[in-house]
Design a protein around this ligand. Structure first.
Ligand SMILES: [Zn+2]
Length: 130
């Protein structure tokens, strides 16, 4: 393993963008195999080649910047995924609804019976069964 350590010294290595490129390559290969479209399998070598180029690149600052731009590009998708994950987890313990006046999103713990809700935004009071 000493030769690998020596070989990788000064090289960029893996990051999120490389992982995404590898995943894209695997997906294209899988879809190409399942649909029997050889062009997809051929195209899947492109992200794989870019992934290898990035991992073994010695231009660390440029690769870091590419990964930073990728992370900025993907951050809305990550935050949506995290929010959806939280909503699913919370749906067992909390109920979500909209204020009838200002339509802002509100949430209450489940199983509390009929409660009087005061909207924190518009201060409208209304009944809600949880
Ligand atoms: Zn309101």
């Amino acid at each position: 393993m000493d030769w690998l350590k020596k070989f990788m010294t000064g090289r960029y290595g893996g990051d999120q963008l490389s992982n995404a490129l590898l995943l894209l390559s695997l997906l294209l290969t899988l879809v190409g195999r399942l649909t029997k479209i050889p062009l997809l399998i051929f195209i899947s070598y492109i992200p794989l080649g870019v992934c290898f180029f990035r991992v073994f690149s010695r231009n660390i600052s440029k690769r870091s910047m590419e990964n930073y731009k990728f992370a900025m590009f993907m951050s809305p998708a990550y935050s949506w995924l995290k929010k959806t994950q939280n909503n699913i987890k919370e749906s067992k313990t909390h109920t979500r609804f909209k204020c009838p006046n200002c339509k802002s999103k509100l949430r209450l713990p489940r199983g509390k019976g009929k409660v009087i809700v005061t909207c924190p935004k518009c201060k409208t009071k209304f009944d809600k069964r949880t």
